[in-house]
Ligand binder design. Sequence first.
Ligand code: ATP
Ligand code: MG
Length: 566
Amino acid sequence: MSVQPNQTANEKNERKSLNFIHAFVEEDLREGKNGGRIHTRFPPEPNGYLHIGHAKAIHIDFGTAEKYGGKCNLRFDDTNPVKEDVEYIDSIREDIHWLGYDWEDREYYASDYFGKLYDFAVDMIKKGLAYVDDQSSQEIADQKGTPNVPGKESPFRNRPVAENLDLFEQMNKGAFPEGARVLRAKIDMASPNMHMRDPVIYRIINHPHHRTGTQWKVYPMYDFAHGQSDYFEGVTHSLCTLEFEVHRPLYNWFIDRLATDDYKPRQIEFNRLNITYTVMSKRKLLQMVQQGVVSGWNDPRMPTLSGLRRRGYTPVSIKNFINSIGYTKVEALNDFSLLEFAVREDLNKKAPRVMAVLDPLKVIITNYPEDKTEELETINNPEDEAMGSRTIPFSRELYIERSDFMEDPPKKFFRLGPGMEVRLKSAYVIRCDDYKKDDQGNITELYCTYDETTKSGADTSGKKVKGTLHWVSAGHALEAEVRLYDRLFSDPEPDGHKERDFMEFLNPDSLQVVKGYVEPGLAEAKPLDHFQFQRIGYFNLDPDSKPGTLVFNRTVPLRDTWNKNN
Ligand code: ATP
Ligand code: MG
């Protein structure tokens, strides 16, 4: 018997797990294309913060380069000076690094190539492949035709080369107002692909550019900048989302006219990430920021990477989520719960367990000495012994969760009620003897007794109790502001309604702020540190936190209660 069958099984698994993009890449490698080079790029437009959809693109761009020993560039697609901002550039860099990827010294800008692109446009004019059109954008649109009806040729289409050269130069010198003229590629007004019907490749914009200042008055369109930039950078695989599939013939058309050697970048499209109860377009996210329905781009309810980071999501959980849904050629809408599952799975391993009470009810242990405090040992994470243990103070007055007591509990309520016993986590078994109510009938205090022989880790009582509650010592606990987040939208597809604006579906209860108590050790927590508040959920320390005023964000509840509640 040989070991072959096993290897074959492994190879089969490997092949099965290969997404179609990697299958294409391997095909190119097998065929010896590009001298075996793999070079990708991530090309964000710096007109907003990155969202989790971008993480899907980043993961395949950088991940593919990593897997095949290649390189991945960061290229800012800054072809529209009006919408772009340096603030966005900084945030994009930070977010990519946070995800664990690095572009080394290969940080490029489409604006680096404005000179080369301009020269290429001039070259196209000279070859009779581009012309200046004096019509308005409306007139041009009216002549475009429909997929089944060919477009009409512009009356300026056959302008002499010399006139085109002169006009294009004047456009760039600022001789004409915005919208007065455009440069168009001369391709085919009858093409079944609308993008090939003499696309506009340059327009006049009178707005200073964040990098090139007022040097240029004409700016290339995305389609005229993107593929060429790929080519200039030696990119071999240009991975992008499906909406660019129809642009591919144009992408290749320009490359064919630009490429002077054998090498040509290959565009491969994959499906966008869409998640339920979320909008994923920078334009819409910007609208929410501008209208103040969130506190900013990094509001923990936002699907931005900065928001998710602040919320406590981890790079690993985002990657695992993206891997679990994979890359395909069909658009899909993924369940938000899948992402939350990945977050829980990661934090379960990483987050120390601590005690916090979010809706406190005072418990007085009547048989415990008034001036006594014990430091009780408790382990930090049962999933990871290496995380060790710590001590927590126990005293006569404690807080437990209000929902853990019922005056008249049903049979299977294994928490506290009159005469009932529970274990306090890492402490003692207590029995509820009595309770006090205020004039409105609210329970204000429980009077309990503890049994000294039931100390956790040294229990000699032989007692069996069903419930274990979390608690904090009232005199030692720290007050904390706790921000409980829920879905930002109450509709699974907020931007999927033709007649109604996505803003109409904002969830009015997406943020609830409560005052709670946390164990004193949390005074040492650093911003973004993760914790599991036992029996409640995963939380992290918000950067708004200051010594004396702790602020926590709920990253995700312990269990997926969303599907049950709705
Ligand atoms: P938006 O529509 O949110 O403004 P965009 O596509 O205009 O996004 P870019 O900055 O141009 O944003 O995108 C940079 C890269 O990220 C592109 O390659 C784009 O295909 C990819 N990308 C953007 N949104 C998603 C998404 N939801 N899923 C996967 N990839 C995405
Ligand atoms: Mg874009």
